[in-house]
Design a protein around this ligand. Structure first.
Ligand SMILES: [Zn+2]
Length: 341
């Protein structure tokens, strides 16, 4: 563990509820506490923003289906009920005051892709009532709201329905995550959205030229709005050469982004999926990423290795204040701005 006392580490993007659905289907309970928390503790992570639905199909779970999204939301609530002294659901600003209390772990629910909203915005309102506090508009592929970043077309961004959705989002205390959307949609959404924005898990395209990473213009635009970009540990977003997908190369992205947009706008959104690799390979073949070999940052392949990343920041000369911002405080700032009272 790093010697920074009481360091709050926020994982800005975790797909863990997919694993929850799988484990709970076979009758398991307290899955987060039993299976997930030991690794999180070892990594020093005390907060996760978790995906409870979105534009993807993983194994038997078609998460575009509102029913499965409701099941994932229920699974998170059940887990919180089963481990009441440990798990805390983040729903409002004051819940953030509890983050990092020894022995506790905080969760905030998010949608990764707006497909589970369908054309019926009452679903969005219901997800909000059930505790969803952030959402992105797409995954890599297009949906009825917008064009995903994995689509070849750059002629279109938001659909008319997508613009209506942003106006609806503006009526609620919801954080807009501009991850996975194509560039045109990104800027259109940024202009229409009045709420706090962030990009939960993307790196710099200048250092690794893949469609999932952000251009300099996008990085600057997020910072200008006071937002945060979470650094992603997925190898294919770190370097185009498989063998170079290392923690050190990931730290180059941190350096690059901080040089470009400042220390207040970079966070940690590692996107580890090591616990669902069987699903991920199958899913990649169906998405726009067939043939991509998946690994996580060499040297830090799972969430329990988060301290390797922290140690790397220290070695590169980041101060304690800097590291507190990168590892948690920057995301906390945007969450505080976006959550209801
Ligand atoms: Zn993602």
């Amino acid at each position: 563990m790093s010697n920074i006392k009481d360091l709050i580490i926020i994982d800005g993007h975790s797909d863990y509820p997919i694993q929850l659905l799988r484990a709970r289907r076979t009758g398991n309970k307290k899955v987060i506490e039993t299976d997930h928390l030991p690794g999180l503790k070892k990594g020093g992570v005390c907060f996760e923003t978790v995906t409870v639905g979105g534009d993807f199909l993983l194994g038997p779970y078609e998460m575009r289906d509102p029913f499965n999204t409701l099941r994932a939301i229920d699974a998170v609530h059940q887990e919180v009920t089963e481990s009441p002294d440990i798990l805390q659901l983040v729903l409002k600003k004051s819940d953030l005051d509890e983050v990092g209390r020894p022995g506790t772990h905080s969760l905030m629910m998010a949608l990764e892709g707006a497909a589970p909203i369908t054309e019926d915005f009452s679903l969005l309102r219901n997800y909000y009532r059930l505790g969803v506090r952030a959402l992105s508009l797409t995954h890599n592929l297009r949906n009825i709201f917008a064009e995903g970043c994995g689509e070849a077309s750059s002629r279109t961004g938001l659909s008319l329905l997508g613009k209506d959705l942003i106006r609806e989002i503006n009526r609620y205390d919801l954080i807009l995550d501009l991850v996975h959307i194509n560039e045109r949609g990104f800027f259109e959404a940024l202009e229409l959205c009045e709420n706090p924005v962030l990009v939960s898990h993307s790196n710099a395209r200048k250092l690794c030229n893949v469609f999932r990473n952000l251009t300099d213009e996008q990085l600057k635009a997020v910072a200008e709005r006071g937002g945060v970009v979470g650094i992603n540990c997925a190898g294919f977003m770190i370097d185009e050469v498989f063998e170079n997908q290392t923690v050190q190369r990931l730290l180059d992205h941190v350096d690059y982004m901080i040089d470009l947009i400042g220390i207040d706008h970079v966070g940690y959104g590692p996107d580890y999926g090591d616990y669902i690799m069987d699903y991920i390979d199958e899913w990649l073949n169906r998405s726009s990423m067939a043939g991509v070999r998946v690994q996580y940052a060499i040297g830090a392949q799972e969430i329990s290795a988060t301290q390797v990343f922290v140690a790397g920041l220290m070695e590169r000369g980041y101060t304690e204040t800097d590291i507190r911002k990168i590892m948690g405080r920057n995301f906390l700032r945007v969450y505080r701005e976006g959550l209801p009272d």
